[in-house]
Design a protein around this ligand. Structure first.
Ligand SMILES: Nc1ncnc2c1ncn2[C@@H]1O[C@H](COP(=O)(O)OP(=O)(O)OP(=O)(O)O)[C@@H](O)[C@H]1O
Length: 318
């Protein structure tokens, strides 16, 4: 064994069992991924690094085309990085022993339409060494009413529920969920959120992509915001929100717009009905200047930006 082994990924250590204990569930390191070649090449991920930690829900949040699905496909071994490495439990995503620990729900799942939901479950459970009992998966994913229906007869939301069931039926240690609640009604979405939390409480790791900012805020331990193939911010939902400095000051006031815009640290002024919302760098100087101007000012609220504000601010101009 050469000395260079010391600096190689855990997959290459002599003891695979030890490697799987210490290695992160999923890791992309310095990954660049190009689709196509020559002048037509498109860089989907650009020197991109990301680690999913044991037992965490990590949300990838980013606008259309940011590179979220590409990242998941690399970790599933469906694509090979042009540069850099993709490892799962310290090994290649293509190894059988690592694949048996993965479950995935992808955006475009092409499956034969005539199998029933329970036939799909039988098939997918057979791929895994220690699958969950069929009844348990049906209960978890709420498939009781549709177990005997053919795939083609399921609604969009029901298909999503079945695809979630297929992702978890092997009791995987790492689950990839690519926009899992697309097309689900609110009740079904909340039920799925509860199941994602239950996975993480059982020590499973989840890598989730979503356009629903509320979903990332509610579910994720950490969020990676992606724009144009790069991670532009990473942290807890609280960290991400804190990266957008500023506050929202909402009130009903007779102070004219021009005067509001001239207050210290005001970034934006927006009227909705009779109320005005000021986006400000800091609330205190604005309030000190504003309150003496209008003794009839009322309905005052000061709030932090929500995740949506943070996301828009972070992805703009990137
Ligand atoms: N097979 C492909 N061939 C060429 N370009 C591709 C291919 N797949 C994806 N791309 C491009 O790579 C970029 C990243 O795509 P990707 O699907 O990873 O984005 P995404 O963040 O998942 O987007 P969305 O939120 O819309 O699903 C996009 O510009 C996309 O057009």
């Amino acid at each position: 064994m050469s000395t260079s082994t010391l600096s190689m990924p855990a997959a290459n250590t002599a003891n695979p069992a030890l490697a799987s204990q210490v290695a992160p569930p999923a890791q992309l390191t310095g990954v660049t991924h190009r689709y196509g070649s020559g002048a037509a090449a498109h860089v989907a991920l650009d020197r991109f690094s990301l680690t999913v930690r044991p037992g965490e829900v990590l949300a990838l949040l980013g606008p259309n085309g940011a590179g979220k699905t590409t990242a998941i496909k690399l970790l599933l071994g469906l694509l090979r990085p042009t540069e850099g490495t993709a490892t799962v439990f310290g090994g290649s995503p293509l190894e059988t022993r690592t694949r048996e620990r993965l479950g995935a729900m992808l955006q475009v799942a092409r499956v034969p339409e005539t199998l029933t939901a329970s036939e799909y479950l039988d098939l997918f459970r057979s791929y895994y060494p220690r699958p969950l009992p069929q009844d348990e998966v049906i209960r978890i994913a709420g498939l009781q009413e549709i177990a005997k229906k053919q795939f083609k007869d399921l609604s969009g939301g029901q298909k999503q529920r079945l695809l979630f069931a297929l992702a978890i039926c092997g009791d995987p240690d790492l689950v990839f969920l690519d926009e899992p609640t697309l097309g689900m009604d609110i009740e079904t979405r909340h039920a799925l959120w509860a199941q994602v939390r239950a996975l993480s409480e059982r020590g499973k790791s989840v890598l989730l992509t979503t356009h629903y900012l509320e979903e990332a805020d509610t579910l994720a331990h950490r969020i990676a915001v992606i724009a144009r193939g790069r991670v532009i911010a990473e942290g807890t939902p609280v960290d991400i929100k804190a990266q957008v400095s500023g506050r929202k000051v909402r009130c009903v006031t007779e102070v004219p717009e021009a005067q509001l815009r001239a207050l210290p640290g005001v970034i934006d002024v927006e009227y909705i009905g009779s109320a005005v919302t000021l986006t400000v760098k800091q609330a205190e100087p604005v309030l000190r200047a504003l309150l003496p101007l209008d003794s009839s000012l009322h309905s005052l609220e000061v709030t932090s930006p929500n995740l949506e504000d943070a996301f828009l601010a972070l992805t703009q101009d990137k």
